[in-house]
Design a protein around this ligand. Structure first.
Ligand code: HEM
Length: 196
């Protein structure tokens, strides 16, 4: 039981670390609208060890998060032989939830490999090239949508654990998730539909 508690904590901690990374990543990406600031930042980021330290931290957090999630799910499934009565009007089937999480993981892996193959001296140009394809734009929008659903669901659960179940706190979480998603989505949409 103690091990399970530890895993729940490490899962939450890893999730929080990734959420902080996502906010910072989205903000630095928004500097795309000023080519010089964007290039200046990524030239610095790719010139030393910062990028590798961040990448290792994120990959480790992701693995800790997934490993703990799988274990908690298994333990819960064993403990609960009779399923909860469903009260939700729109119940999402468990297989769809699993498929979306697998897709989200696949999205992150593909994205990291894509960025690793970028020319580190021209990240700006690489992004423009990447989002010339409508399929790539759609793939990113789908990944961001699933990410938003996952983040919203997880943060609402964290709030519930902390005893915060008011409409205001839930509304703030929803607004935060929507802003984060919009901040990411604006880049592929802008490149594909506005840039010549
Ligand atoms: C449209 C949305 C996104 C764009 C335009 C974008 C862009 C980028 C860029 C330019 C890099 C760095 C490339 C370099 O340094 O050479 C990067 C790296 C990375 N991105 Fe994204 N990203 C997006 C969404 C995401 C999302 C949603 C996640 C996580 C769920 C994510 C996770 C990462 C990770 C882990 C790295 C490698 C570590 C790092 O360089 O910071 N990205 N991304």
């Amino acid at each position: 039981m103690k091990l399970l508690q530890l895993q729940k904590r490490s899962m939450a901690l890893a999730g929080m670390l990734m959420t902080v990374y996502l906010v910072l990543h989205m903000l630095t990406n928004l500097s795309f609208f000023s080519k010089s600031s964007f290039s200046q930042f990524y030239n610095w980021y790719n010139s030393g060890v910062a990028r590798w330290i961040v990448l290792i931290l994120i990959v480790m957090s992701l693995l800790v998060h997934i490993k703990a999630a799988i274990r908690i799910r298994r333990v819960n499934a064993k403990a609960r032989t009779v399923a909860y009565k469903k009260h939700d009007k729109f119940h999402v089937p468990a297989t769809l939830v699993t498929a979306s999480i697998v897709f989200l993981f696949g999205f992150i892996v593909v994205h990291v490999f894509q960025t690793l193959s970028f020319d580190p001296c021209d990240v700006y140009g690489e992004l423009i090239l990447q989002f010339q394809s409508v399929w790539m734009v759609l793939f990113y929008l789908a990944g961001l949508f699933v990410l938003m659903m996952h983040l919203h669901h997880s943060l609402a659960n964290v709030l519930q654990t902390l005893g915060k179940t008011s409409m205001t706190s839930n509304g703030l979480v929803l607004i935060g998730c929507l802003l984060l998603t919009a901040g990411f989505a604006v880049i592929p949409l802008y490149i594909y539909s506005v840039m010549p």
